[in-house]
Design a protein around this ligand. Structure first.
Ligand code: NAD
Ligand code: G6P
Ligand code: MN
Length: 441
């Protein structure tokens, strides 16, 4: 069996140890010969790199493991790049969340003004790693889940149209786990139809492999409980603030009972509730810094101090195995059906061809083939069109260095009540993002 060389870009990510553990757990399905971490923050990555070096030596000595900040070393002789970079790290996520809240506006990692700010930072970082990949391993595929995925995907479409980058999100994966628990199935038993933009879509069908439709059963449950489940099957999204989000799906279904909603729609359909429940002094960035980030980096330091990883400090991120499914689909031409972020080109019949949409696709060694989802109703279409234009205008503003366009993009976002508020937030974001954003004139 062929063995693969993988580089994880954003090696210092809080998700890196869980994903490495998951890759080790999947050696029978996706064997590795080389595993490299790449980051542009030497110190942050070294903490995880040293701990993982110990873990790999103990558990998988045949896999050649290294970590580096040198692009040539990282990207030479690689088959897959798993990308999860966060340009500006948690310090900037905190700004993205807190600045809008000062003006009574949703402060969120990927939605509204926070997502736009993050997008303008991510584009530079993403283009940088795509260029490294293309220079040193032109045959390599990038499996990208760096956020904000919708803006990143649009930037890739416009700025690197030929790059071998596949954009994917784990929210539908986590929510499908919840749905499968609700109806007593496993995610692999189910096949869905879905349309939307990233963090902005709906399930129109959830069937088992025999063709039995479960949409109405799941809706009946969600109308009462949202996506809260008895057993925690979606291990990625478990903190109390995430439980609020799963519960809120009930209100999302109330306004549009036709389809099952993506949880992220709460930021667009109930921004007032979101702001009312927010603590502007302690946002999700603070929760993660005090929670996941601390836990993961403390675990790494403990492994290095003990000189062994046998104490079970790192945990397998089993939910991330969809990334192996994706890599396998390309490596072995499995034709796996997965939700991907792709150029529409007719998949949603009454939506622009050049929109980056999230729809089920067949994935094989040639790349992705979107499956036709037909025409969508006017309510969803209108919401999506407005959000699509926000995302497109952000990328245009980036390319043109245009203050005016970015102001318009913010004004168009459903999360912002007026052009006046949009301008005030924009001016604060420009200050906070100096050195990260292109200069705007
Ligand atoms: P993190 O800050 O812990 O890790 C990100 C790492 O990226 C940091 O070590 C940072 O130094 C590094 N980095 C930043 N800019 C870089 C560049 N230009 N080149 C190389 N490395 C760079 O963040 P995290 O919370 O672990 O999240 C990582 C990413 O994964 C984020 O973009 C997050 O939004 C994304 N994510 C996406 C999904 C999804 O569904 N698509 C799910 C979970 C996380
Ligand atoms: C979901 C989304 C990701 C997002 C993450 C945030 O998984 O699909 O795009 O990055 O949630 O989770 P966090 O725990 O960092 O708030
Ligand atoms: Mn996502």
């Amino acid at each position: 069996m062929k063995k693969f060389s993988v580089v994880i870009a954003g090696g210092g990510s809080t998700f890196t140890p869980g994903i490495v553990m998951m890759l080790l757990d999947n050696q029978d399905r996706f064997p590795l010969r080389k595993l490299k971490l790449y980051d542009n923050d030497e110190e942050r990555q070294r903490i995880l790199g040293e701990a993982l070096a110990i873990l790999l030596k103990e558990n998988a000595p045949d896999i050649e493991f290294s970590f580096t900040t040198d692009p040539e070393e990282a990207f030479t002789d690689t088959d897959f790049c798993m990308a999860h970079i966060r340009v500006g790290k948690y310090a900037m996520r905190e700004q993205d969340e807190k600045i809008p809240l000062k003006y009574g506006v949703v402060g969120q990692e990927t939605c509204g003004p926070g997502g736009i700010a993050y997008g303008l930072r991510s584009i530079t970082g993403m283009m940088e790693i795509i260029d490294h990949m293309e220079k040193y391993s032109p045959q390599c595929w990038m499996l990208n889940y760096s956020n904000p995925a919708s803006i990143v995907a649009e930037a890739c479409r416009v700025m690197r149209p030929k790059a071998k980058v596949l954009n994917i999100c784990d929210m539908p994966v986590g929510t499908l786990r919840r749905m499968s628990q609700i109806i007593g199935k496993t995610p692999k038993d189910l096949e869905v139809r879905y349309f939307g933009l990233n963090h902005f879509g709906w399930w129109t069908s959830v069937k088992d492999k025999e063709g039995k439709e479960y949409l109405e059963d799941i809706k009946a449950y969600v109308a009462e409980h949202g996506y809260l489940t008895q057993i925690e099957v979606d291990t990625q999204h478990t903190d109390p603030s995430w439980q609020d989000t799963h519960r809120k799906a009930k209100d999302l279904l109330a306004v549009n009972p036709r389809y099952l909603p993506n949880t992220y729609l709460k930021y667009y359909l109930y921004p007032d509730d979101v702001v009312a429940h927010a603590n502007a002094a302690y946002t999700r960035a603070n929760e993660v810094m005090d929670g996941r980030e601390k836990t993961v980096f403390d675990a790494a330091k403990a492994i290095v101090a003990q000189g062994t990883a046998k104490g079970g400090e790192f945990h397998i991120d089993a939910h991330a195995s969809f990334i192996v499914d994706l890599a396998r689909a390309i490596a072995y031409n499995t034709h796996e059906r997965m939700l991907m972020i792709v150029e529409n080109q007719g998949a949603i019949a009454n939506f622009p061809d050049d929109a980056m949409v999230e729809v089920p696709c067949i994935v094989g060694s040639h790349g992705v083939e979107p499956l036709a989802q037909g025409k969508i109703p006017v309510f969803e279409q209108t919401l999506m069109y407005q959000q699509l234009m926000v995302e497109k205008m952000v990328v245009e503003a980036y390319q043109e260095g245009s203050y005016q366009k970015l102001w318009q993009a913010l004004t168009l976002s459903r999360t912002i009540p007026s052009a006046k508020v949009a301008k005030a937030i924009l001016d604060d974001l420009i200050e906070a993002n100096r050195g990260y954003w292109p200069e705007l004139t």
